[in-house]
Design a protein around this ligand. Structure first.
Ligand SMILES: C[S@@+](CC[C@H](N)C(=O)[O-])C[C@H]1O[C@@H](n2cnc3c(N)ncnc32)[C@H](O)[C@@H]1O
Length: 309
């Protein structure tokens, strides 16, 4: 399993990432345009009657799109990170939502509770994605729709290696398989990508309908279970597990943070790389980060040149 595809590791990763998640991460990797295109795949007729669950809701960026479609009082947000959730709790437009700490693979709700299930950019951290999608099926009412948005395995061998070492980037067929196995019907999908990406197949939004009440009929044997930090008994950790956790979080965070400057550079060089999509302007935080990257790169180059003389 990948560095960050663990519940404890993801919990600690977001402990710090949550600080600048909305400022630097989403505007590059999960933009408003991508969110709107994904949510438009959903069915939002009769919004007053819809009960919606947003799983892995994080800082509430996708929830902000959901509450444009249904009243916030109808929306329940679940995440395993109290740090991410505290950012969502501070957003005025989400004041009517219900917030609950919980695990995507063991949702704290009865069968047949919600009309719509949404999860955006969270599956890549789940140790057992099939189990998470069986949970989506279980908590939906019959006739309810599950909409899952997640990254796709990159085609470029280097990006594929980095991505797969870091977290789960499922190949497209896996998403279809998870949905079909769970028993969803009327499956549909679309691709989403930020403006600076050449490939359209950067991420997928996939939707399916639950045809009948109750749990999924799929006889599935879950992978060895990991308990989310929010559900775990407070207990000590072995030295080995502690070291593994720290190592994975450090390496995973380094890989994750490296993606930010790479994406910033990719976004300003997009026209030079022949990408003619409408550019999305950088925000103040991204500009500051870009200047910092430029300064560090200049110092590095000047230093190398000085050593050569
Ligand atoms: C990339 S963020 C996406 C947040 C949000 N959906 C958005 O659109 O910005 C991933 C979120 O999934 C949450 N997460 C990871 N594993 C989880 C799990 N097993 N159960 C619940 N939430 C989880 C993380 O805490 C994080 O907030």
């Amino acid at each position: 399993m990948r560095l960050m595809q663990h519940k404890k590791e993801a919990y600690w990763f977001y402990r710090y990432l949550s600080i600048f998640y909305d400022k630097l991460v989403n505007p590059l990797f999960w933009t408003e345009k991508m969110r709107e295109k994904s949510l438009d795949l959903g069915y939002w007729d009769d919004p007053e009657t819809l009960r919606v669950i947003d799983v892995g809701s994080g800082t509430g960026f996708t929830t902000e799109g959901i509450v444009r479609r249904v009243p916030s009082e109808n929306v329940t947000c679940v995440d395993q990170s109290p740090h991410q959730m505290s950012r969502a709790l501070a957003k005025r437009e989400l004041a009517g939502c219900t917030f609950q700490l919980g695990d995507a693979e063991a949702l704290p709700f009865d069968d047949d509770t919600f009309d719509r299930y949404v999860s955006a950019g969270s599956i890549e951290y789940w140790p057992d994605p099939q189990l998470g999608i069986l949970e989506a099926y279980r908590v939906l009412k019959p006739g309810g729709w599950a909409l899952m948005i997640g990254p796709l395995e990159p085609v470029n061998p280097f990006s594929k290696f980095v991505a797969n070492t870091w977290m789960l980037f499922p190949p497209e067929e896996d998403y279809h398989q998870y949905f079909e196995n769970a028993g969803f019907d009327r499956i549909d999908y679309t691709y989403v990508a930020p403006y600076w990406q050449k490939s359209e197949r950067y991420g997928i939004a996939i939707i399916g309908r639950k045809p009948q009440a109750g749990k999924s009929p799929y006889a599935y044997t879950p992978v060895p279970h990991e308990t989310a930090v929010v559900n775990a008994e407070q207990e000590g950790m072995s030295l080995g597990r502690g070291m593994l956790l720290a190592g994975r979080v450090l390496a995973g965070s380094a890989a994750g943070f490296l993606f930010i400057p790479m994406a910033l550079v990719a976004s300003i060089t997009a026209p030079l790389r022949g990408i003619d999509k409408e550019p999305e302007p950088l925000n103040q935080h991204q500009k500051v980060a870009l200047v910092a990257v430029g300064v560090i790169a200049t110092i590095f180059i000047v230093n190398r040149l000085a050593k050569r003389r």
